[in-house]
Unconditional design. Structure first.
Length: 193
């Protein structure tokens, strides 16, 4: 799996929440710090045999891979958890709550519920439940498509210049213009947010 922890790599084909987000007020208090919720989710996944866990969000991450504490509202607080279980690559995602912490805790509680199913004799049911979490290939990253990954000085002019350059290359190579336009639009949205 080549999914990044930051920015959010939402799984293709996984529906997004429509409408107003739910409050995550039930996940507030000293017990619910983002680093604790992150480690709690990783622990729950490991208890069901998950490995190679990547928790992808729009919350920047520290050097150890743990998201920084949320300081400001994030336009897209979704969380996608990619992992391997057995020989299968799986993903679980949530964007129903209004913070990264709330969405991460929601996934953790769902995994805990699946684990309870297994503990109470539902191993076959658990395996069938996980069939629905099969991971599709990760989505392409707008920065990779535009050739801007790793650049720190990205602004509207940089994005538009990279877009025009790739469009010229794609025109001569018969490239996919829709893919390029989507990458440009996503990159412009990310720098404006």
């Amino acid at each position: 799996m080549t999914t990044d922890a930051y920015p959010l790599a939402w799984p293709p084909g996984w529906p997004r929440h429509r409408g107003a987000r739910d409050s995550d007020s039930r996940f507030r208090g000293p017990t619910y710090r983002l680093d604790r919720v992150f480690h709690g989710l990783v622990d729950e996944l490991r208890r069901i045999g998950a490995r190679d866990v990547i928790i992808s969000t729009n919350q920047p991450v520290r050097n150890d891979g743990v998201p920084y504490a949320q300081q400001r509202a994030i336009g897209d607080p979704g969380v996608a958890t990619y992992f391997t279980r057995g020989k299968k690559q799986l993903v679980m995602a949530q964007d129903r709550f209004d913070t990264v912490l709330g969405n991460m805790r929601s996934i953790s509680l769902a995994v805990e519920g699946l684990r309870q199913m297994n503990r109470h004799g539902g191993a076959i049911m658990l395996e069938r439940a996980f069939e629905g979490f099969a991971a599709l290939p990760p989505p392409e990253n707008c920065w990779d498509i535009l050739g801007l990954r790793g650049r720190k000085d990205i602004d509207r002019t940089t994005i538009m210049g990279a877009f025009r350059e790739r469009a010229r290359e794609g025109h001569s190579n018969g490239g996919d213009m829709d893919r390029l336009v989507k990458a440009r639009d996503e990159a412009l949205e990310r720098i404006s947010g």
